[in-house]
Design a protein around this ligand. Structure first.
Ligand SMILES: [Ca+2]
Ligand SMILES: [Ca+2]
Length: 355
């Protein structure tokens, strides 16, 4: 009888494991092959070799790029080098990148591990750059003031909070006010692996201000990119492992009401919003297995989606760029400026194309 019990439990365990494994592969989009979509006049951006995880373009065409992210489970090409913030002027004919020097006495450069970024421009035109960082695999938001003349970032503050345990991306709505996604509930690498493998969907989004911090949306299977519409009325959240973009109505008290969700056949990462048209530009991973289990012989591809008229009954979705990894691996983010498209990646280079 005892043997029968053990065998039954073993069988149930195996069945559960098989179910989870098949759902895990589906969530990872493990069977997706990519059909290339090319753009004219693409150039790899010189000076970027260890990723360009997130980027944001200011109204004047200056782009901030975070590079050198070390994320548990993802291949790192330069493990000993701290991360950096790069500046690129998209008005130039053949733009190059420049490393922004970080100033301020209390900032530890050696553990800087930049991830999602966002900017906030004040009424007096002061530009604040908010950067998610993972010093020693913890999560902080580093607040900087951009000093354009000196090409420096003055470090003002480190923000930490128990509701910000595992931040992926942020969208600033004030100098010290933002929405943030936590891509996992757990911080410990082993537990986050199981959280993701089992598809617990315990990831969530938070509103942060110096006097109020609150969970505003939850139940995500890996909440990733977050952004806001140009009129500030809608918040967009990418749910990577569910392949969805969610639209929320934002209220005066900062709470969010779900409005609609769009489904895709790709793992959606960071979201950029065109300040003029309101279009969403999304850096995507067609096949997540190739990102998490990196093989140079069979590298991860890249895919950029554009969503027009997202608030209407019939949003238009276009695959603007797609590559099997020969040119660009593991695209995370894409932004437009004056007919050009800048695409960033997890651990690889960045690509600048004409549209
Ligand atoms: Ca961002
Ligand atoms: Ca991201």
């Amino acid at each position: 009888m005892a043997k029968l019990m053990v065998l039954t439990l073993l069988g149930l365990g195996l069945a559960l494991f098989r179910d989870h494994r098949s759902s895990y592969l589906t969530r990872m989009n493990a069977f997706r092959e990519i059909k290339p979509v090319e753009l004219p006049n693409c150039k790899l951006v010189k000076g970027i070799e260890s990723g360009s995880e997130d980027l944001e373009v200011l109204h004047n065409g200056l782009a901030f790029i975070s590079t050198g992210l070390k994320y548990p489970g993802i291949k790192v090409f330069e493990p000993d080098k701290p991360g950096k913030i790069l500046l690129m002027d998209l008005n130039e004919e053949d733009p190059t990148v420049l490393e922004l020097r970080i100033t301020g006495s209390n900032f530890d450069l050696s553990s800087f591990n930049p991830h999602g970024i966002s900017t906030f421009t004040d009424e007096d035109n002061t530009v604040y750059l908010l950067v998610v960082s993972h010093p020693d695999l913890k999560s902080t938001v580093e607040l900087f003031k951009f000093q354009e003349e000196e090409k420096t970032l003055l470090h003002l503050k480190t923000i930490k909070h128990k509701l910000l345990p595992k931040i992926n991306d942020i969208v600033a709505v004030g100098p010290e006010h933002f929405y943030a996604t936590n891509d996992h509930y757990f911080v410990d690498t082993y537990l986050t692996f199981w959280e993701m493998y089992l598809g617990l969907a315990w990831s969530y989004a938070v509103y942060y201000s110096p006097n109020e911090v609150q969970v505003m949306a939850s139940g995500f299977d890996f909440a990733n990119g977050i952004n806001i519409s140009p009129d500030g009325k809608y918040v967009y959240i990418a749910e990577s492992m569910a392949h969805k973009i969610h639209v929320y109505e934002k209220h005066a008290n900062w709470t969010l009401t779900p409005l609609k969700s769009l489904d895709f056949d790709t793992i959606v990462d960071n979201i950029s919003v065109d300040p003029v048209t309101g279009d969403l530009w999304i850096g995507c991973h067609p096949n997540g297995m190739k990102v998490f289990f990196y093989d140079p012989e069979n590298p991860p591809g890249s895919e950029v989606l554009r969503i027009q008229n997202i608030l209407t009954e019939e949003p238009k979705v276009t695959v603007v760029y797609a590559d099997n990894g020969t040119v660009l691996q593991a695209s995370t983010t894409a932004s437009v400026y004056k007919g050009k498209l800048l695409i960033g990646t997890v651990f690889h280079r960045a690509l600048y194309c004409e549209l």
